[in-house]
Design a protein around this ligand. Structure first.
Ligand SMILES: CN1c2c(nc(N)[nH]c2=O)NC[C@@H]1CNc1ccc(C(=O)N[C@@H](CCC(=O)N[C@@H](CCC(=O)N[C@@H](CCC(=O)O)C(=O)O)C(=O)O)C(=O)O)cc1
Ligand SMILES: N[C@@H](CCS)C(=O)O
Ligand SMILES: [Zn+2]
Length: 746
């Protein structure tokens, strides 16, 4: 039996988010391109050394990026949309970052979530450009690891099927495949010439529900790819679920197949029992959870590994985490303040690699004792008392709408924002000083109050109709609630990348969740006291808190979602009693949490929607409930949105406007809706005219009385000047629209 200890990918952000700081310093112009590239090289080599020290046999390269790995693939193949032609006069990197972040002259490429994770990738656009391998970065990184560390590494890249599936703009995928396959072959040939044995093609799209036609397409892609024997061996790597069409795809002309035996456990085991595993292939077993952070029960995992060996009869096995480790933090050793009880339950990336070592060791040295997951002391969960009425608002929307209109007296096309305002350097530094006890609680609270007041004045001056307090007291919309609710543990350094250079620190739900005291009342009431206009209360919804946390796995996610629903219901009650007339409960991750398989959607949606309604249904008819969603493609999502029974939804559409308008044509929607009129991810300031155009388009499918005007998402990542200028254009565009509608009515 041949064992190889490996990983699909390892985090690239650095122990102290050095990677993020390098990127952001380069974008600001604080370092030269040469210095920047040197810094990145240091980070790349550092992480390889760390993995060597941890004892892996086979390390990956290509799991690193300078922004996003889908963008890297598109860029490497010269798939650069024509609107970036103006950037070509600069270096390669200026085009690369223009695609990622947009420029004054060209909007950024679309960004969307990576399967069911909280990572967001750049969507490649194919406009029929001539493609070629412009720069084989994998080759550069392969040579670097060999020359600097004496390592023969495993290059990894997004495989051709997943890349094509996630690219937009092409009419004929067979034609695109025919363009791309020779380029994939060229990459392999160049790598092999330098000594690479394997290439790992990451094909998570193979776990989605595949039609027969789709399966035929996958087969034809891999047949064409290997029609002449490729220069190196191919590991077809799947993750996030079980492999679809197992019988056919496991037999593709590749030398190895990687399967997820955590999220895809049931399906992969069932398929393997039915169809076996091809004797000549390497089996890569994803056995340690790459997505969650609990220590594995290694005795149980060893049993599973043994039964997989018996089932597959594989003689050459790679033992690895179930997905790239980019979705978990780097190491628990950086957590100095966490209680030993909690820390003892956790395994981050480095600890997971150690688990892989122990597992393989136990096969090489039978009799070696293996650790359990340490969770014997967990308490059983207490039952919630919920009745069917708790999920339903007393009156239907048609009645609430009039009551709320009378109470709020808003103009047609009310303007608002999504909640957060810029988390400036000053905000972050003051919070850091407070956390480090360099300033008192009172001084910090006074600073937050001043910042809130300043932004209430700015919003009033801009003429926005519904204001927000700005979320200055929050580091993150999920972490903040984790700090306030019972049942959560917080980390100091457990960062994971969310998109580009932006990271999040997901809280850890380890026990029963409950509400103990108001979490947002002080800030919201203080803001409301400063203005006559309504200030929206601002909460994160139960499903988003669930989906963006690391969640206990000893009870169902549904049960945890209801616990969160009940806790948030109490908060909403407090806000309502304090006279807050509009309360927004953000659910950007509701769509994101959809299982990868359509067959599992109904079950998830039914409990996810129920948990949201549990949180929001306790209010009076006159209280207007809003929700907000972003980061996803919502074109097939109107019905679930309807089922939330909110009075107003604001939704990100500026990057994919046409598609959503089309869905609204297919599935009419009658409640209040704000279609985001500009993209907040880009530093670009949109003009009044372009926002007006988006609004006018929307009015083709929406009634004026439904329509709200807002940006795509919160403005925490933007600079103050950009924010004010963009919002001024937005408010003016709404005013123009009001005059236009008035004119039409005469
Ligand atoms: C809406 N989104 C969210 C997702 N997931 C979440 N959990 N939360 C979300 O909001 N998923 C989808 C999207 C992703 N969007 C974003 C947007 C922005 C960020 C982001 O800005 N992240 C910050 C970190 C935010 C934070 O926690 N900040 C802390 C610590 C700040 C810090 O680094 N301080 C420095 C000192 C100050 C300085 O030098 O700037 C330090 O400690 O050294 C805080 O505000 O106190 C990021 O920087 O990446 C993420 C996801
Ligand atoms: N209220 C949050 C929503 C982000 S999805 C914000 O504005 O940042
Ligand atoms: Zn958002």
């Amino acid at each position: 039996m041949k064992w190889t200890r490996t990983v699909i990918g390892y985090p690239y952000i650095g122990d102290n988010r050095e990677w993020k700081r390098c990127l952001e310093a380069f974008w600001k112009g604080d370092v030269t391109e040469d210095a920047f590239l040197q810094q990145l090289k240091g980070i790349r080599l550092g992480r390889l050394k760390r993995q060597m020290d941890l004892g892996l046999d086979y390390l990956s390269i290509g799991d690193f990026t300078m922004y996003d790995r889908m963008l890297d693939t598109a860029f490497m193949f010269g798939m650069i949309p024509s609107r970036y032609a103006g950037e070509r006069s600069g270096s390669d990197l200026s085009v690369y970052y223009a695609m990622a972040r947009g420029t004054k002259g060209a909007v950024a490429c679309e960004m969307t979530k990576w399967f069911n994770t909280n990572y967001h990738y750049i969507v490649p656009e194919y406009e029929g450009q001539e493609l070629s391998v412009t720069k084989n970065l994998l080759l550069q990184w392969f040579k670097e690891a060999r020359d600097e560390l004496g390592l023969v590494t495993k290059p990894t890249m997004i495989g051709p099927y997943t890349f094509i599936k996630l690219t937009k703009g092409y009419e004929n995928r067979e034609e695109l495949a025919a363009e791309l396959i020779p380029l994939y072959r060229q990459v392999m040939a160049e790598l092999s010439e330098e000594g690479a044995d394997w290439i790992q093609f990451e094909e998570p799209a193979l776990v989605l529900t595949l039609s027969e036609k789709e399966v035929e397409f996958v087969k034809s892609v891999y047949e064409q790819l290997t029609i002449e024997k490729p220069a190196c061996k191919i590991m077809l790597q799947t993750y996030f679920e079980g492999l679809s069409a197992y019988e056919e795809l496991v037999n593709l002309p590749v030398e190895g197949v990687g399967l997820d035996f955590v999220s895809g456990y049931q399906q992969n085991i069932t398929s393997m029992k039915q169809y076996g595993f091809p004797a000549e292939k390497v089996l890569a077993v994803g056995i340690i959870d790459g997505r969650n952070i609990w220590r594995a029960d290694l005795a149980e995992k060893a049993g599973l590994l043994q039964s997989l060996l018996d089932l597959s009869k594989a003689a050459d096995v790679w033992v690895q985490p179930s997905s790239s480790l980019q979705h978990v933090p780097i190491s628990t050793t950086f957590e100095q303040k966490m209680s030993a009880d909690i820390k003892g339950l956790l395994a981050f990336a480095d600890e997971k690699i150690t688990e892989i070592n122990q597992l393989v060791l136990s096969f090489n040295e039978p009799g070696l004792p293996l650790d359990g997951n340490g969770r014997t002391s967990q308490k059983a969960s207490s039952k919630l008392a919920i009745s069917p009425e708790d999920f339903k608002r007393p009156a239907p929307f048609s009645i609430r709408q009039d009551i709320q209109a009378r109470k709020l007296s808003l103009p047609v096309f009310p303007t608002t924002t999504i909640g957060s305002f810029p988390q400036s350097k000053e905000v972050k530094e003051t919070r850091k000083a407070w956390r480090n006890k360099e300033i008192t609680d009172d001084a910090y609270a006074a600073f937050i109050e001043r910042e809130t007041e300043r932004w209430i004045r700015i919003q009033d001056d801009l003429g926005l109709d519904v204001l927000v307090h700005g979320e200055f007291e929050r580091t993150d919309m999920v972490e903040y609630f984790g700090e306030k609710l019972v049942g959560f543990a917080l980390s100091e350094k457990a960062w994971v990348v969310s998109y580009g250079s932006r990271c999040v620190k997901p809280p850890i739900i380890h026990g029963d969740v409950s509400w103990i005291e108001p979490m947002t009342l002080k800030e919201t009431a203080a803001a409301q006291a400063l203005t006559e206009k309504p200030v929206k209360g601002m909460l994160t919804g139960p499903v988003t808190i669930l989906n963006w946390s690391f969640v206990r796995d000893d009870i169902s996610r549904e049960e945890v979602a209801y616990q969160l629903g009940v806790a948030l219901r109490k908060e909403i009650e407090c806000l309502e009693q304090a006279g807050i007339a509009i309360i927004q409960v953000d659910e950007p991750a509701l769509r994101e949490g959809l299982p990868l398989r359509r067959a599992d959607w109904e079950d998830y949606l039914s409990w996810a929607i129920r948990s949201f309604r549990l949180a929001t249904s306790g209010v009076q008819d006159e209280t207007q409930i809003h929700t907000h969603m972003c980061y996803c493609d919502f074109h097939d999502f109107v019905k679930p949105i309807e089922a939330l029974d909110v009075d107003v939804i604001s939704i990100e559409t500026s990057r994919s406007h046409g598609e959503f308008i089309h869905s609204l044509q297919q599935t009419p929607y009658e409640k209040g809706i704000g279609l985001g009129v500009y993209d907040i991810h880009s530093p670009r300031i949109p003009s009044e005219a372009e926002m007006l155009e988006i609004m006018q388009d929307s009015l083709e499918v929406l009634e004026p009385r439904q329509f709200w005007v807002n940006p795509d998402c919160g403005l925490k990542t933007r600079k103050e000047e950009e924010t004010i200028a963009s919002l001024r254009h937005m408010v003016n565009a709404a005013k123009q629209l009001r005059s236009y509608i008035k004119m039409m009515q005469f």
